[in-house]
Design a binder for this molecule. Structure first.
Ligand code: TEU
Length: 550
């Protein structure tokens, strides 16, 4: 067993715009994060991943970077960053930054130069293709609606943008581009940054014949078959590792849309020397319908469980998993996988139990530790997210029933996870002294950090406890995993074990009370549960979670 700090820790993910505003302009910032470091530390996590905080025109809230070495002034600039890193290290907290290297902002100097002409030294930093104004080079779709190609009337060429047209894709074929990215990584590592989460890293190598996607392909299919896992991806990652990553004691996690069971291991196989972990989306795209994210389907629970088993066995002894149930791109975990009404408290704790007892490094997204829920804004005007707004326009153009579409937005919009963190029950939820950039969820008077602190049985205190249990039990970190009842439609029962210890985890993913004979467990000790039952009565209550050990 190869013990490693980033395997034994827990990551807390911050969406900085929505975390804590210290300046009173309604936008979260770095001094706000500094104010709350003791709170984060109190959870028992040891790493913080912060979504992009660099200079950006914010077409996609920081995922469109215009200067990779400058921290956005809105967030406090480089000075605030230096203080943050220092304050984190004082508290033994590691900082994971976000590297967005599949694309830059169109306002980045590279792109500004690139579009000046074919002779410009930056022209080949991006993908330009000849064509006619009304005929893009192929049928590739942008992840955020419409064609992935944008016409430039001055150059009479198209450029590729897998995301918005303000996020042109960088051309990794060009060795200069790769060197630029490696320099940026070195710049931050030499400051003492402890790792990177790499945005859509699975997309950086393009299929240069730009093949037509099969007619009728869904976006997920296009991602899997065309955008992700391109021919040179592993060559690039090996080069990055050899030239930069291997020089430091850091952690990397690649975001991998389109990465699946066939391709996943290649990214994280120890012997390949590329990345430490990937985020795959097999469980998060599980409810995407034929028309994608905004065509949501019921979640197939057996399939959901199988995703965890499949990935665990894929990576067993060879790589390492990342365990997450949501982030800034998906709806709130308690609303999506739990019951955010009658059983919000119980199901939020059950999901915490799942996160902390699977094999892999767990990621807690801000606000999930207090059971924050989805938001239901009354109309599209309240939504800010570019994915949501573009999908809305597209649906309208296609004459969809917009009342139904609003329901899909309520369920799936990324803004569900981007409402400001609810710190207390004062105006603006203690997030800011002014109206925030996006409306606060109206349930903030009931759901907030302060009230969770005051209540010993709160979701927040449960997170602290389950994280502590995980940290103190190497079995829960490195031990083997087996789903004991993969066909059980309501219960998730699995075991984690090594030579020292065995844990059995039982999770009732339903609103029903379920008979469950735990006779075999009579000799086991209850380690933690989300109901206060002194004696087990032979049934699992709605959303009950129990962890036993022997
Ligand atoms: O996400 C990549 C990605 O594929 C997501 O867009 C995902 O498919 C979608 O949100 C599901 O609804 C990353 C970032 O996490 C995201 O915030 C950025 O918008 C995107 O890259 C572009 O940089």
């Amino acid at each position: 067993m190869n013990r490693t700090w980033w395997k034994e820790g827990v990551v807390y993910q911050i969406y900085p715009r929505s975390f804590k505003d210290s300046s009173g302009n309604g936008i979260g910032d770095i001094y706000g994060i500094i104010d709350k470091l003791d709170y984060i530390k109190s959870l028992g996590v040891n790493m913080i991943w912060i979504c992009p905080i660099y200079s950006s025109p914010n077409d996609d809230n920081g995922y469109d970077i215009s200067d990779y070495r400058k921290i956005s002034e809105e967030f406090g600039g480089n000075k605030a960053f230096d203080i943050l890193l220092n304050e984190m290290h004082k508290r033994d907290l590691k900082l994971i930054m976000d590297l967005v290297a599949n694309h830059s902002s169109d306002e980045h100097k590279w792109f500004q130069e690139s579009k000046k002409g074919e002779d410009n030294p930056y022209h080949n930093y991006y993908f330009w293709k000849k064509g006619k104004a009304d005929k893009p080079p192929n049928n590739w779709l942008s992840v955020f609606s419409g064609s992935a190609w944008e016409w430039d009337p001055n150059l009479n060429k198209y450029y590729l943008h897998s995301f918005t047209k303000k996020q042109p894709d960088l051309n990794w074929e060009n060795p200069k581009v790769r060197e630029e990215i490696y320099d940026i990584l070195n710049f931050w590592f030499s400051k003492g940054v402890d790792g990177f989460r790499m945005d859509v890293i699975s997309f950086i190598s393009k299929r240069l014949d730009f093949p037509q996607a099969k007619k009728g392909s869904t976006l997920s299919e296009m991602m899997e078959n065309i955008y992700a896992n391109g021919p040179r991806i592993h060559e690039y990652l090996k080069e990055m590792n050899e030239k930069v990553l291997s020089k430091y004691d850091i952690v990397t996690v690649g975001e991998g849309p389109g990465v699946n069971l066939e391709t996943g291991l290649n990214y994280v196989d120890k012997k390949e020397k590329e990345l430490n972990m990937v985020f795959h989306f097999d469980h998060l795209q599980i409810d995407f319908g034929p028309e994608g994210k905004f065509d949501p389907q019921p979640i197939d629970f057996l399939k959901f469980k199988k995703v965890f088993s499949d990935w665990d066995s894929l990576l067993r002894n060879k790589g390492w998993n990342s365990i997450f149930l949501g982030n800034h791109d998906f709806s709130r975990i308690v609303s999506r996988f739990g019951n955010d009404q009658k059983y919000r408290n119980e199901s939020a704790k059950l999901l915490a139990t799942l996160l902390m007892t699977l094999r892999g490094t767990p990621y807690v997204y801000q606000g999930d530790e207090i059971g924050m829920t989805n938001v239901k804004y009354p109309s599209i005007d309240y939504y800010d997210d570019v994915e949501t707004r573009n999908a809305w326009k597209e649906a309208k153009g296609n004459n969809k029933n917009m009342d139904d579409f609003l329901k899909a937005v309520h369920r799936q919009s990324r803004d569900n996870a981007r409402t400001p963190l609810q710190w207390n029950d004062t105006e603006f939820a203690g997030f800011s002294t002014n109206k925030p950039w996006i409306n606060i969820n109206s349930n903030y008077k009931k759901i907030n950090v302060e009230s969770e602190e005051d209540y010993s049985d709160s979701i927040l205190n449960y997170y602290r406890e389950i994280i502590r249990i995980r940290k103190n039990n190497l079995t829960l970190i490195y031990g083997d995993f087996l789903d004991l009842e993969p066909d059980n439609e309501k219960l998730y029962i699995y075991k984690r074990w090594d030579k020292q210890k065995t844990f059995v985890v039982i999770l009732n993913f339903s609103d029903d009370k379920i008979l469950c004979d735990l006779n075999d467990l009579s000799s086991m000790t209850l380690v933690i549960g989300n109901y206060k039952k002194s004696v087990y009565d032979g049934s699992m209550d709605p959303w009950e979670a129990r962890v036993y050990s022997y």
